[in-house]
Design a protein around this ligand. Structure first.
Ligand code: 1AE
Length: 411
């Protein structure tokens, strides 16, 4: 039978974990059970949620102090797919709708039966597709973020794009806070950005993919994405959590929107960062973004300005890349506060099939963004060839300057 099994981390002040689990399984499905007549039970059997497992885990001290009989547990409940349509809004409302508001409870995982999983698209391109599009196969990709884009006119955008592309990056992405605006509207931003990339490619022979931020009201997004693609946008950036996972899936499902989609984690922290509430990072930024169709997923690295716990970043990465018969693997993009001195650490922790992504760590290079990109490219090539950053910097003045500026974070 097709189903989804939800695993929750919860705290029950009364310490009755089994009873709590049974209450959820019944309450979120058939509503009541024990007092129903036999005939009704028979009719509703296929719709009834069932408790799969209950495992007590150590409760936190503050909770135990306030609730001496309280217990904390990992509870798994299976919901039959007869109860919901095969879309994430229905599945999330079933498994974590009202329940998300009911005390200390965090949704850790959703396990989909194969039949249900087949209703989701997964990434269109995945890692292999991105490698083909960029022509880069043997090293982590390098992405640069537009900085200082707000309030700047098109000629500034052209200049910034040119220097980023000259540095040899593989992707340039809009800043996630760049929305439709009068100074750099999409219809002018895309051709001017692409012209700057072509100009740089005459010199470098290397052509980064420009990921254009798709913004606006939900029902305008598809048209805006198609407009960007018609203008030549080779990739799209999407603030998925400001809209919802199903909106990402709608973009992915549209055959005309056939370029890679980069999922930005803006707003996700509000949904994942509490240890007692919301979703696990692994589920939201890993499994569900992959199912809904992201090709690249940005998340805070463990080392930078907006740090995420290392175990969480590795769990997201595992979800994005693990072997799956249906979904292509996704490129993890550990981000925020990344500079060239972290390259060894990033490659050790996230491997070759990842993207090194920097804004300030490229634009803030004392000799400009082109040298910032160059420093990263040299650092990446050096690490992949088995050299330390110090050794590589002896032959790369731009990397040496980057290490002098930001330091060397040794693996
Ligand atoms: C987690 C997303 C990081 C991001 O979008 C961003 O703009 C980072 O900028 P920097 O590299 O910290 O300057």
């Amino acid at each position: 039978m097709s189903h989804v099994t939800a695993t929750y981390l919860l705290q029950d002040p009364k310490g009755q974990l089994e009873k709590k689990a049974e209450g959820i399984a019944i309450g979120l499905t058939v509503g009541s059970w024990t007092n129903l007549p036999e005939l009704e039970k028979e009719q509703l059997q296929a719709h009834k949620g069932s408790v799969v497992s209950v495992k007590e885990v150590p409760a936190d001290e503050a909770f135990l102090k306030a609730n001496p009989t309280g217990k904390s547990g990992l509870v798994s409940i299976s919901y039959p797919s007869e109860n919901f349509s095969a879309d994430l809004p229905a599945i999330l409302t079933t498994t974590f709708g009202k329940l998300s508001l009911d005390g200390d409870i965090k949704l850790i995982d959703l396990d989909f039966s194969e039949e249900l999983k087949r209703q989701f698209p997964g990434p269109r391109h995945g890692i292999e597709g991105i490698r083909e599009l960029t022509g880069v196969y043997d090293r982590p990709l390098l992405m640069s973020i537009f900085k200082a884009a707000i309030g700047r006119p098109l000629d500034s955008l052209h200049e910034q794009m040119l220097v980023q592309a000259l540095g040899g990056v593989d992707f340039v992405k809009d800043d996630e806070i760049l929305f439709e605006n009068n100074l750099t509207p999409l219809e002018q931003r895309v051709p001017i950005g692409l012209a700057a990339i072509a100009e740089a490619a005459m010199e470098t022979g290397h052509q980064p993919l420009y990921a254009v931020n798709i913004t606006g009201k939900t029902f305008e997004l598809k048209d805006r994405a198609k407009q960007a693609i018609e203008l030549g946008a080779p990739a799209l950036l999407f603030n998925v959590f400001a809209y919802g996972l199903d909106v990402l899936q709608a973009l992915r499902d549209d055959k005309e929107i056939d370029v890679p989609i980069l999922a930005h984690p803006a707003v996700a922290g509000a949904l994942t960062m509490s240890p007692k509430h919301g979703f696990s990072n692994q589920l939201l930024l890993g499994k569900l973004l992959r199912m809904a169709g992201a090709d690249l997923v940005l998340f805070p690295s463990p080392y930078g300005s907006v740090a995420m716990d290392k175990s969480e970043t590795l769990a997201i990465t595992e979800e994005l890349r693990k072997e799956d018969a249906q979904f292509k693997p996704v490129l993890p993009v550990p981000s925020a506060g990344i500079h060239p001195g972290m390259t060894e650490l990033l490659i050790r922790d996230f491997g070759i099939d990842s993207v090194i992504n920097a804004g300030g760590g490229i634009h803030g290079h004392p000799e400009g963004a082109a040298k910032g990109g160059e420093a990263f490219r040299d650092a990446i090539d050096g690490v992949v060839a088995g050299r330390t950053l110090e050794e590589t910097a002896k032959e790369s003045p731009s990397l040496q300057i980057a290490l002098d500026t930001w330091g060397y974070v040794k693996a």
